[in-house]
Design a protein around this ligand. Structure first.
Ligand code: CO
Length: 135
C-alpha cells in the first residue's frame, strides 16, 4: 500500500452552517454541503488545495458525531489519509493486527471515494480514515 498524503481533517461541530461560515471566513475557501441520512450527518468539505477540512454535524442525537460531541466536545474527529489502493491497505493493516471499523471499504460521497477506518483504540485515541479516491 502507498500513502499519498492527508486527504482531510474532520471536525465535529454542533452547527454546520455556523462552522462553515467561520471556517470559510478565516480560510477564504469554498465548500460543498452534503446530507448523508444513512450516516445521520451533514458534511461540508472545504477545499484547501492539497487537502481539505471536513465539517461534520450529527443529524440526530443518536448519530456518532452527536455522541462524540456529547462525550468530548466539538473538535477534531478524525484524520484521513489517501491511499492508492484501499483493499490492499485494509488487508495489510489488518494483517498487522489493527482493527478496522468496517469489514469491507465503504463507497461514500456519491461514489467518489472508498473509505474505511482504523479503530481509535489501536491508534492512541485517533480515528484514522483511509481514503481511496475513485477514478
Ligand atoms: Co472523513
Amino acid at each position: 500500500m502507498k500513502v499519498l498524503g492527508i486527504h482531510h481533517v474532520a471536525i465535529a461541530v454542533k452547527d454546520l452552517d455556523e462552522a462553515l461560515k467561520r471556517f470559510s471566513d478565516v480560510l477564504g475557501a469554498r465548500a460543498e454541503v452534503e446530507e448523508v441520512p444513512e450516516e445521520k450527518v451533514r458534511v461540508a468539505m472545504i477545499d484547501l488545495g492539497n487537502a481539505r477540512i471536513e465539517l461534520l454535524q450529527g443529524l440526530s442525537p443518536d448519530s456518532a458525531i452527536s455522541k462524540f460531541i456529547e462525550k468530548r466536545g466539538e473538535g477534531i474527529h478524525h484524520i484521513a489519509v489517501e491511499v492508492d489502493n484501499i483493499d490492499e491497505a485494509c488487508r495489510e493493516i489488518s494483517q498487522k493486527g489493527y482493527r478496522l471499523v468496517y469489514p469491507e471499504p465503504k463507497l461514500v460521497a456519491g461514489g467518489k471515494r472508498r473509505v474505511n477506518f482504523v479503530h481509535p483504540k489501536d491508534m492512541h485515541g485517533v480515528l484514522l480514515e483511509l481514503v481511496e479516491v475513485v477514478k
